[in-house]
Each structure stands twice: as structure tokens, then as C-alpha cells.
Design a protein around this ligand. Structure first.
Ligand code: FE2
Length: 210
């Protein structure tokens, strides 16, 4: 008698969605306070701008946001490192994406966990998209046509579900992501990078301070 066939999903990438992490009053206050400070242009699009890099200490609103977000990062970090570590948000910034704006594919350097809190409604066209890292510089072989069924093993991208204001999404900082052209209203997000205080590999340890 033979056993049941089994497909094992090896080494999956954690992406964590935490709905309603910031309450509506704080979301509104962040939008009011920071959207006027998003004056730095972005190379990807004329319709995308952001604030300078901010520290929680730059505003009591960010202190409040960080206090609500950091426990979620610690929970997410258990999946990355197998332990509840101390975590610190080392920078936050606010992105203002007007109609027609987009953000090209990128990841976040010098960081372990990254996140985005949606501060406004997000039009379906401008949901965050996560991608597999593009391969090398060699010929590319694909089976890609109308008859192909896309699943977790052959997909090259994942369009995240529609978020609501106040929702947080956390992902490993190495993971490629982008925002396709926004066909809807102005979309505002609070982005962040976080690091664990210490990583230890059998006594070989690294300490970080943001
Ligand atoms: Fe990003």
C-alpha cells in the first residue's frame, strides 16, 4: 500500500498583515501632520513624494505609532529569527502617492524588517505588490500563457489584499516590492525599517543600534 503524495512548501517567506494596528484618531493626526511635510521628490514618479527620514522622537504622534507597531514587529521577528528579540524602529517616513503615481521595485538596505501602515484608503490598482527577486543576467526560461495556473511555486508576484486605514503589513527587508500606478485618489502610507537589538549565532553575536 502506498502513502499519500505530498508537496512540501520549503522555506516560505513571512509577510504579516495586522489589521487596525493604529486607531482612526492617530491615523487622521498622522495624515494631517505629515502629508504637508512630504516635500521630497522620488525618482520613480512625479506624483510620489515623501518626508525626510523620521525618528519616533521627532513627534509624539510617531512615539504613539511606534509603541503600537513595535510589539507586532517582535511577533513578526520570531518567524525570521526563531526567538522574541528586542526590536527598534530605526526610521519612519510618510509617502504621498497622488493619482497616477507609482513606486518602482525596490527593497530596503541596512534593515531586517520593514513595514507599511496604510493611512488612507488604497485604490485596488495601487495595492503593494511583492515580487520574487529577478534572476541573473542569463536567458530566461518560462512557461507563461493563458493556460497556466498560477500557484505559490510558479508565481512571480503577490498582490497584497486591499488594506484599510490603520492596517500594518510587515515583511523581510530583502523582499522586493513595488506600487503599480495609482488609478485612485491620493494614497498616504507610513513606512518603517526595524532592526533587532542583537543577533547571536552560538556566541558570534552582532549588536545593532539604530
Ligand atoms: Fe519600500
Amino acid at each position: 500500500m502506498s502513502g499519500q503524495d505530498e508537496v512540501v512548501g520549503l522555506f516560505p517567506t513571512p509577510v504579516m498583515r495586522a489589521p487596525g494596528v493604529l486607531p482612526p484618531a492617530l491615523v487622521d493626526a498622522l495624515v494631517t501632520h505629515f502629508s504637508a511635510q512630504a516635500l521630497q521628490p522620488n525618482n520613480s514618479s512625479d506624483a510620489l513624494s515623501h518626508t525626510r527620514m523620521l525618528q519616533p522622537s521627532d513627534s509624539p504622534l510617531l512615539v504613539e505609532a511606534a509603541a503600537l507597531i513595535t510589539p507586532k514587529i517582535a511577533e513578526f521577528g520570531r518567524h525570521l529569527f526563531g526567538e522574541t528579540l528586542g526590536w527598534a524602529i530605526k526610521e519612519m517616513w510618510v509617502n504621498v502617492l497622488d493619482t497616477g503615481g507609482r513606486q518602482s521595485m525596490h527593497n530596503h538596505a541596512n534593515s531586517f524588517a520593514s513595514g507599511v501602515v496604510y493611512l488612507t484608503e488604497t485604490h485596488d490598482s495601487a495595492r503593494t505588490v511583492f515580487m520574487k527577486s529577478p534572476g541573473g543576467n542569463d536567458f530566461s526560461l518560462k512557461n507563461d500563457h493563458a493556460g497556466v495556473v498560477t500557484g505559490p511555486y510558479n508565481a512571480e508576484k503577490w498582490v497584497s489584499p486591499s488594506p484599510s486605514p490603520g492596517d500594518l503589513m510587515l515583511f523581510p527587508s530583502y523582499l522586493m516590492h513595488a506600487v503599480p500606478p495609482n488609478a485612485g485618489e491620493r494614497r498616504i502610507t507610513l513606512a518603517l525599517n526595524a532592526i533587532p537589538t542583537r543577533l547571536d549565532s552560538w556566541g558570534y553575536s552582532l549588536s545593532f543600534n539604530g
